[in-house]
Design a protein around this ligand. Structure first.
Ligand SMILES: Nc1ncnc2c1ncn2[C@@H]1O[C@H](COP(=O)(O)OP(=O)(O)OP(=O)(O)O)[C@@H](O)[C@H]1O
Ligand SMILES: [Mg+2]
Length: 267
């Protein structure tokens, strides 16, 4: 079994270090719970950025603010340098932001290609005579699965019969098909076995190679060390530290998460 090794991957020539997303002073409360207490963080273009933190640190809340599922109470999100209001999932999609949710959002009784085009079906013909362009959706689905080397039997297989890892791969392929800019994954391998986890990590590597920026939420520090370029540590609603993965260790990240190691933004 091989896992994705980003050090072995050739650096992308068009990779730049410019910030894709800059978050400044983001706040979000649920009644008395201050889930985000002024988060400052940056997601660089073409990188895999890990977002780590203990349970309840605010990771999913931050993601929901980026994907328009919830709106922040305050703060600024800049996308490619411009302030944006991500007020709905549709607004996020228009920016090229796609999310793989923890529950995946796949329809069990539909086939792979139908899931890939769910709610965004391709049509052909001239109004008022428009029909679903099934052939094109199947062909495009097959291309996406091939490009990402996704191990599912075929595009006509029904999701219900698939393993957890295959489902996860389909959900990621769907995000990759639409999310041309930023793909966000909230604990994509939490429910997977060793082999399936390795396959998903490979897929993350391929997304990165294809120029997609990835934000990965993970509790698995070994995984962060394997696949991410940068890690941001969230603690009690604040981004307390950022580390270049090459210059940190799983132990240091754990210390930053618990507070045993002081973050740069502590105090
Ligand atoms: N819809 C909500 N209503 C009330 N409180 C919420 C809601 N969503 C999140 N919270 C609270 O906000 C805080 C941050 O939660 P969040 O889900 O963002 O944490 P997390 O870092 O994703 O944790 P985990 O690692 O367990 O997934 C927690 O205290 C949580 O209970
Ligand atoms: Mg969460």
């Amino acid at each position: 079994m091989t896992t994705f090794d980003k050090t072995a991957a050739a650096p992308r020539e068009d990779a730049d270090d410019s910030p894709l997303v800059e978050i400044e002073g983001l706040t979000k409360s649920f009644d008395a719970v201050r889930a985000l207490q002024g988060v400052d963080m940056t997601i660089r273009s073409g990188q895999v950025t890990a977002l780590v933190g203990d349970n309840g640190a605010g990771k999913s809340t931050l993601v929901r603010c980026l994907t328009g599922v919830q709106s922040a109470d305050g703060g600024v999100i800049r996308f490619r340098g411009r302030p944006v209001r991500i007020s709905s999932p549709d607004a996020a999609r228009k920016l090229g932001i796609e999310t793989v949710y923890q529950d995946l959002g796949l329809i069990e009784d539909l086939q792979v290609w139908q899931n890939l085009f769910l709610n965004r079906e391709l049509v052909r013909g001239v109004p008022p005579i428009r029909v679903l362009d099934k052939r094109r959706m199947i062909r495009q689905s097959a291309e996406v699965l091939k490009t990402l080397d996704v191990a599912v039997p075929n595009v006509r297989a029904t999701v219900r019969r698939m393993s957890g890892g295959q489902r996860q791969s389909v959900a990621i392929a769907r995000a990759a098909n639409w999310g041309k800019t930023l793909v966000i994954m909230d604990e994509p391998t939490a429910a997977l076995g060793v082999r399936e986890t390795a396959a998903v990590e490979k897929l993350i590597g391929r997304l990165r190679e294809s120029g997609v920026t990835v934000l990965l939420i993970s509790h698995d520090m070994a995984q962060v060390m394997r696949v991410a370029d940068t890690a941001w540590v969230l603690r009690r609603g604040r981004a307390v530290a950022q580390r270049d993965v090459k210059q940190t260790s799983g132990d240091e990240l754990v210390g930053l998460i618990t507070g045993a190691v002081a973050g740069d933004a502590d105090g």
